[in-house]
Design a protein around this ligand. Structure first.
Ligand SMILES: Cc1cc2nc3c(=O)[nH]c(=O)nc-3n(C[C@H](O)[C@H](O)[C@H](O)COP(=O)(O)O)c2cc1C
Length: 200
């Protein structure tokens, strides 16, 4: 598709994603924030929240979270996931559909050990998305964990780790004049990426 090249899109959508991300990352502060949508089977409704995009491994998109959180429960029941990136200054959006697997313990551990100590403690003590009485109770939990691990490394909590998203669909959106936005959909079919242009 000739069109693709005038938008500096590549036949490989991951390469295009990385190009767009790199450009956005130079332009704006919130570039790594992505909206992440999962499906809550019990309540029969979608769920959405922002998470930090943490890079690519073996063509898969990485993020880290609590393995007992609502998102983790959603993903245990249904590994289908949708990711959204919006870069205001770049005038671009990328939407991704994929399926999720958990990262190996070794890879989660190596990322966890690269984090600063306060983040490690926060991940260790938080029962993510469970109610808590007040901020003081949270600060007390933090202090207790700090004392427990004083002078020692903090091990990877069992309830925390990474996820890998294997995309099977990407949509690249670029604002156009007169609202004639340019949109390109990449779909993985028989291990090939098929590209089509979508109406605005
Ligand atoms: C910009 C931004 C980045 C965030 N990054 C993460 C993240 O990387 N991992 C995470 O577990 N929560 C992150 N959060 C918090 C999540 O949005 C969410 O509140 C939390 O993960 C609980 O989600 P859940 O109840 O749907 O499981 C982030 C929030 C914001 C605003």
């Amino acid at each position: 598709m000739d069109d693709l090249f005038s938008y500096t899109l590549n036949q490989n959508p991951l390469k295009s994603f990385l190009d767009w991300f790199e450009e956005a990352n130079k332009l704006e502060q919130n570039a790594p924030a992505m909206s992440v949508s999962t499906y809550d089977q019990d309540l029969n409704r979608p769920n959405i929240r922002y998470l930090l995009y943490k890079g690519i491994k073996e063509n898969k998109i990485l993020f880290y979270s609590n393995y007992l959180s609502p998102k983790a429960k959603d993903l245990n029941n249904n590994p289908e996931i949708a990711l959204g990136f919006y870069w205001h200054l770049s005038k671009k959006q990328v939407r991704i559909h994929g399926r999720v697997t958990k990262m190996t313990k070794e890879d989660s551990e190596s990322y966890f050990q690269s984090r600063d100590r306060d983040s490690q403690i926060a991940s260790y003590l938080s029962m993510q998305s469970e109610p808590i009485q007040d901020k003081n109770t949270l600060l007390l939990k933090f202090k207790t964990a700090e004392e427990l691990f004083a002078g020692k490394p903090i091990p990877l909590p069992l309830h925390w780790g990474g996820y890998l998203v294997e995309p099977y669909e990407y949509e690249f959106f670029l604002y156009g004049e007169n609202r004639l936005n340019d949109r390109f959909l990449y779909q993985l079919k028989n291990q090939n990426w098929e590209v089509s242009r979508l109406q605005p």
